[in-house]
Design a binder for this molecule. Structure first.
Ligand code: HEM
Length: 369
């Protein structure tokens, strides 16, 4: 058992640590316990976690698979370890495998769940299909090659099946025109707008918004992790494309290329206070509601992917990370109720998950449950 645990931890260390599944990565990031405990600085741990969250540039393709445990009564640790053990062969090259823990994984477990982790509620206008939402464990396969990602996803499904899990739902995503500008990862969404400008530039800023700290009242094993919100948002692209570009830009509150409607250059902050009636940037525009106070940006980091399931079912797999769910995603989502964009979008699925910190302390914590 100890041997098996050791092997599992090695696999996990490599899978969630930095990316490439291989012995070199394991040697650097497979250590036991939280990073701080074994002498490494918090800045180092922050950087590692920021990269797990795709800080520099999110991979071009993603395959999300959400699993449920077949035997509800079993210990959490056993199921997770077995899955991880079997996942060893998955990944390789630049394809990485990362995990997110759902609230239901902790049902009946002795280990303390992350304080704010819960089943994602239905927000105004949502039409959440339970068959496309929530779940025990999210597996996120990401990479630069669509074929490799697809293969790894198929492998994850097969090993999960053998390790006692069933596939609850899944979705594939891609980032069109994926690139980095001024330190920010940008991509174009199916509404033809470039996303990513409102994200932080540096890995440290990403960590400051996204990484759970000590003193937040979270269980020890969760310090260094991050809350991950996934929302499958379908776009009414045909309806949207009937609007003129200036009309679309007033709905978003920015030009397609990121310039501000009041003429402020892309990389600077607009002066919303000088436009109280919303003549330049409408009050119900997306950015104005999402981030009204330009000096205090919402504490979340967005990493969305586009999806296209054919037959007009296109949209985004909205994805964001934060250290505090209520102050991050939930505060913004509530402000967005009634935005001009609402009539073009429908959230049909997704969930709340918790990305465990790099290292293997969390597996030990679950296994002890
Ligand atoms: C419904 C589909 C959505 C679309 C098409 C969309 C698109 C965009 C675009 C084009 C921008 C401006 C560029 C940028 O800063 O990235 C933006 C900004 C932003 N969006 Fe969204 N978004 C969507 C959903 C959401 C959701 C669900 C949230 C969170 C609840 C959100 C939060 C934000 C935030 C915080 C900003 C940055 C505002 C700023 O700092 O100026 N978005 N979004």
């Amino acid at each position: 058992m100890v041997e098996m645990r050791r092997r599992s931890l090695v696999v996990l260390g490599s899978a969630i640590g930095l990316g490439v599944v291989g012995a070199g990565v394991v040697a650097v990031f497979g250590g036991r316990g939280p990073a701080e405990a074994d002498g490494r600085s918090r800045a180092g741990a922050d950087t590692r976690m920021a990269r797990v969250l795709g800080a520099k540039q999110p991979e071009r393709f993603v395959g999300i698979v959400v699993l449920d445990r077949r035997l509800r009564g079993r210990g959490v640790g056993g199921s997770v370890e077995a899955l991880v053990e079997e996942s060893r062969a998955v990944g390789g090259g630049d394809t990485v495998v990362r995990f997110g823990l759902g609230a239901s994984l902790f049902e009946g477990a002795e280990v303390q769940s992350p304080r704010q982790l819960k089943v994602m509620p239905s927000f105004a206008g949502d039409l959440l299909d339970p068959a496309q939402s929530h779940g025990d464990l999210l597996v996120r396969v990401a990479g630069e090659d669509a074929g490799q990602v697809r293969k790894a996803v198929a492998r994850v499904k097969a090993v999960a099946n053998q390790a006692g899990w069933t596939v609850r739902w899944g979705i594939d995503g891609f980032r069109a025109e994926n690139r980095v500008e001024g330190g920010r990862g940008l991509a174009r969404n199916p509404f033809h707008f470039t996303e990513g400008f409102g994200n932080p530039e540096t890995e440290q800023e990403v960590a400051d918004r996204a990484v759970v700290r000590e003193g937040q009242g979270e269980p020890d094993w969760a310090v260094g992790g991050s809350y991950h919100v996934v929302r499958v948002i379908r776009f009414a692209t045909e309806l949207w494309d009937k609007d003129s570009v200036p009309e679309q830009e007033r709905i978003m509150g920015r030009r397609r290329d990121g310039k501000w409607l009041d003429g402020t250059p892309t990389a600077e902050q607009p002066n919303f206070a000088a436009d109280p009636k919303g003549r330049r940037t409408p009050l119900d525009s997306h950015v104005r509601l999402a981030a009204p106070d330009r000096r205090n940006p919402p504490p979340l980091v967005r990493r969305s992917y586009s999806y296209d399931r054919g037959y007009g079912d296109t949209g985004i797999v909205f994805s964001c990370f934060q250290r505090d769910l209520a102050k991050g995603f939930e505060a913004v989502q509530k402000r967005l109720a009634g935005e001009a964009l609402a009539k073009y979008v429908l959230t049909t699925g997704g969930g709340y998950f918790f990305v465990p910190p790099p290292g293997d302390a969390w597996v030990d914590a679950l296994a002890l449950a």
